[in-house]
Ligand binder design. Structure first.
Ligand code: ADP
Ligand code: MG
Length: 268
């Protein structure tokens, strides 16, 4: 089985990249072969994987987009960098924004990433796509090739308001481009359990969407250690193995693996 999961939210700073890093590491730890794709020109994922100067990298997701659009041959393994055992990365770079602009005139511009994924996805158990904070053409490309989308949300008023627009986009993509797309779940991140406010918002989202959209019942707590990991270029299990964020990301990994084994059972 190979599963492509987009981690998306048009709001920045909600924990998308952190979730890709730690879910990716968790899945690899569980024996799965994982590919992470950095689809954000800010290249936070690439940097947190230890590539301090992403613009000097040879072979990035930008090159792949350009080659697909220009119908050029892409050599086997091109732009795929091994970052840990069972973990590969296709990095990003700042010129990805320019590539996004040039997509506007491309044929089948929403399906560029999908056509590349069709070639390489069978090499992996999981492909996690770290989306940029917008609902533009790159995010649509991710949604158009994904089997599911995981939505990290911070339980605060404004980020939650943005959910509606995101969910609308997901359904539009599902209707027009990718009928197989499902929502993996809404994941609350950076939750400060001490505040009543966060609790109220979690409750509100549960009431508004709980019947129609899966919501992970475990939440990722606010954690200083978690915020230090990207600078340290480490995942949370290496950086603070006993901490509450590591525990939460372990639980998330298990839940994702469990969902998939249930889906497979259902399919037979
Ligand atoms: P996004 O990719 O959605 O922009 P990031 O994953 O980059 O979000 O997270 C935004 C910031 O919050 C980063 O500085 C990150 O280190 C920090 N952060 C992420 N998760 C947590 C957490 N659970 N607790 C505290 N800080 C966090
Ligand atoms: Mg990010």
């Amino acid at each position: 089985m190979s599963k492509i999961m987009a981690i998306a939210n048009q709001k920045g700073g909600v924990g998308k990249t952190t979730t890709v890093v730690n879910l990716g590491a968790g899945l690899a730890e569980a024996g799965k072969k994982v590919l992470m794709i950095d689809l954000d020109p800010q290249a936070s994922l690439t940097i947190s994987m230890g590539f301090r100067e992403p613009d000097k990298l040879d072979g990035t997701i930008t090159d792949i987009f350009m080659k697909v659009v220009n119908d050029e041959v892409i050599p086997e393994g091109y732009a795929i960098h091994s970052v840990a055992e069972r973990m590969d990365l296709i990095p990003s770079s700042i010129d990805l924004s320019a590539a996004e602009v040039s997509l506007v005139n491309a044929m089948s511009r929403e399906l560029v990433l999908r056509s590349y994924m069709e070639r390489i996805s069978s090499n992996y158990d999981y492909i996690l796509i770290d989306c940029m904070p917008s609902l533009g053409m790159l995010t649509v490309n991710a949604l158009a090739c994904a089997g599911s989308v995981l939505i990290p949300v911070q339980p605060a008023y404004l980020p939650v308001r943005g959910l509606q627009q995101l969910i609308r986009t997901i359904y539009t993509v599902k209707r027009r481009l990718n009928s197989a797309l499902t929502i993996e779940g809404i994941l609350f991140t950076m939750v400060d359990r001490r505040t009543l406010y966060a609790k109220e918002i979690v409750e509100e989202v549960n009431q508004a969407y709980g019947g129609t959209i899966p919501i992970f019942q475990m939440v990722i707590p606010m954690s200083v250690k978690a915020s230090e990991t990207s600078q340290a270029a480490k995942n949370i299990y290496d950086y603070d193995p006993q901490g509450k964020a590591a525990k939460a990301y372990r639980e998330l990994t298990e839940e994702v693996l469990e969902n998939d084994s249930e889906e497979r059972k259902g399919a037979f």
